[in-house]
Design a protein around this ligand. Structure first.
Ligand SMILES: Nc1ncnc2c1ncn2[C@@H]1O[C@H](COP(=O)(O)OP(=O)(O)OP(=O)(O)O)[C@@H](O)[C@H]1O
Length: 597
């Protein structure tokens, strides 16, 4: 390399070292040697031109700043990787001078400030990884980079609208856990909601969260060409007659349509009177949300007309004091809004006539008999814990299984952890309280329902809701049998001698462990193909334990010792689940939940 480049690179590394310049002299980076011939640590050179091509300095405890001005003097650098360090400060605008850069990996540092607009000039960029930093502000217009394959930026503070990247070209994309807002651009079916979760301001079909209709701005009237102003009166007469004829055609067409609609309604009524059962579409409930939005007050669940007469008697009211006189017709009539379409069904928010707000969970594909479903719900109703949200009512027919719960307006643990961070911070004390409450409630339910073999089956932060007093409540207890995915999870973790009943309880404990890890790290359980447990384990193995904790907790001054204890609880809950073997005793299970708490 030429002298000027060497001097610039030495300056670059010294800035990265921060205060550790002396300690790192063994890396070989000094002006008296050559990066290519003397193999500076982390440097790869082009074998022909003998110029620096790659700089890879991952996980080396670099705790300084990035001097892009010096770096880019080495114009040949195409690959910069500084992941998993402690680099702080901004990514300087001079990065735009590294015009040969194709790969930029900066994830897992303490960068702040915005991503500079000059990045949009880096037209050779293929992969950008900037996740797990404190980057904020709007994104530069990276959509100008036509060959971009990856943009990974989760867990930052980035905001504003998501620019329309060339999604047809992108292979990887993740902006979850930021503060982005506005509509999700058309991802051309290539990415799922996971890539966008944790941005409360975002809306769009992917998140089952319709965007507010944008007020259409009326097109500005085109300036009238001079000749038009001089239209003759004959022209005007012709024009008005045209409009009149067109109007007449429209009126006749509408009258015809209305007439035929009324006729078909009368025919349908006639058929009904004759007692013929007519099935409504089983997809009908999705219409509820649009009814809600257009202000229509009628909504329909998919029951056959043969059942509809009996529907009221088939809605079983439980002992909850909420909506004591609820009838199935009330649910049908009330305006409803689709809150989510999950793996196990859809959830609607329904406002009843008396103003009570409930949610209706419409369970999908659960091959449980009507009788067993009824028994299960009634048994669950007998087991009450203040931190477990009871169902208000249920409905069960051959076509439908519906559960009614009271609406909890303070949202879920998932929202608190991964939603906008503008609101009240979710501090260490509140997180400990949530962890303790969940452990206590889960232990109680497991003890009470052990004989019946009813575990939660789907415990996750989305199912921990906060009531008016901001106390956590486990919701949807016992609504799911452990599904195949979870079973394979257990067999992967060497669970010998499969016993379904015990497994269901073990899956809950494993899920509880994951919630503890989520509380500690503030990170999503699955993000961009990375599993939270594996990530935590790998960071702890590298003895970087403090790196796993949510930055909010660290800056709040939460006790590191207590966080480490809880981390061990979280990991051991997962291990208890997988290592419990063929026959976990009740004591065994209690120990697991207590240790977690
Ligand atoms: N009783 C409730 N009050 C308020 N919000 C609720 C209530 N129950 C669920 N929610 C919220 O509604 C959203 C959708 O819930 P839903 O149960 O459909 O999601 P899910 O748990 O991902 O689904 P699934 O269990 O089918 O995978 C979630 O954000 C959840 O936190």
């Amino acid at each position: 390399e030429d002298e000027q480049v060497k001097a610039a690179l030495v300056q670059f590394i010294e800035k990265l070292w921060g205060g550790n310049a002396q300690r790192n002299q063994s890396w070989g980076w000094n002006v008296g040697s050559d990066p290519c011939n003397d193999q500076w640590l982390g440097v790869t050179c082009d074998s022909r031109s003998k110029t620096v091509r790659k700089i890879v300095l991952n996980k080396l405890n670099l705790a300084g700043t990035l001097d892009a001005g010096s770096l880019c003097v080495a114009a040949s650098v195409s690959h910069l990787s500084l992941e998993g360090n402690n680099i702080y400060g901004s990514l300087p605008g001079e990065i735009g001078n590294c015009t040969n850069l194709t790969h930029l990996y900066l994830s897992g540092n303490r960068f702040t400030g915005s991503l500079p607009e000059s990045m949009s000039r880096l037209s050779n960029l293929k992969r950008i990884y900037v996740s797990n930093n404190g980057f904020s502000g709007q994104l530069p217009n990276l959509s100008r980079i036509s060959g971009l394959l990856s943009f990974i930026a989760e867990n930052n503070e980035l905001s504003g609208a998501i620019p329309s990247f060339d999604f047809s070209n992108l292979q990887e994309f993740n902006v979850s856990n930021n503060n982005f807002s506005g509509p999700i651009p058309d991802v051309q079916g290539k990415f799922s909601a996971d890539s966008f979760l944790g941005n409360v301001g975002l809306c769009g079909e992917l998140l089952s969260n319709a965007c507010p209709p944008s007020s259409p701005t009326p097109p500005a009237p085109a300036p009238a060409p001079k000749e038009k102003l001089k239209e003759s009166s004959t022209d005007r007469t012709l024009m008005y007659s045209g409009y009149a004829i067109l109007g007449l055609v429209v009126v006749v067409f509408v009258a015809f349509k209305v007439g035929s609609k009324m006729r078909s309604k009368e025919e349908k009524l006639g058929e009904k009177k004759k007692g013929r059962a007519v099935s409504t579409s089983s997809d009908k409930p999705s219409g509820i949300s649009s009814d809600y939005k257009t202000g229509t007050t009628r909504s329909e669940y998919s029951i056959t007309s043969a059942e509809s007469g009996m529907a009221s008697s088939m809605l079983v009211l439980l002992t909850s004091p909420v909506a004591k006189r609820l009838r199935f017709e009330d649910l049908l009539r009330a305006p409803a809004e689709l809150l989510g379409r999950g793996k196990h069904g859809s959830l609607y928010k329904v406002i009843l006539d008396d103003g009570t707000i409930v949610v209706v969970k419409r369970i999908k594909d659960w091959s449980i008999s009507k009788d067993n479903f009824k028994k299960r719900m009634q048994r669950l109703d007998q087991v009450k814990h203040p931190k477990v949200l009871p169902a208000v009512a249920f409905y069960c027919s051959n076509q439908e299984k519906l559960l009614v719960y009271e609406y909890q307006q303070n949202g879920s643990l998932f929202n608190l952890l991964h939603g906008s961070r503008h609101g009240r911070p979710f501090d260490w004390g509140s997180r400990l309280n949530a962890a303790g409450s969940i452990a206590e409630a889960l232990q109680f339910m497991h003890e009470e329902l052990w004989e019946d073999g009813i575990a939660h089956g789907n415990l996750k932060s989305l199912n921990i809701l906060f009531n008016n007093a901001m106390e956590p409540q486990i919701s949807e207890y016992g609504l799911m049998l452990v599904d195949n995915e979870d079973r394979s999870l257990l067999s992967k973790t060497n669970l010998a001698g499969y016993v379904q009943k015990q497994n269901s309880f073990n899956v809950d404990i494993h899920s509880f462990g994951l919630i503890l890890l989520e509380l500690l790290t503030g990170k999503l359980v699955h993000s961009n193909g990375i599993d939270l447990t594996n990530w935590v384990q790998s960071v702890v193995r590298e003895e970087w334990t403090v790196e796993v904790f949510d930055r909010v907790l660290v800056s709040e001054g939460a006790s590191e010792e207590r966080m480490v204890n809880m981390l061990q609880g979280g990991s051991s809950a997962g291990c208890e689940a997988s290592g419990a073997g063929t026959s976990p005793t009740r004591g065994h299970r209690e120990a697991a939940t207590r240790r977690g708490a």
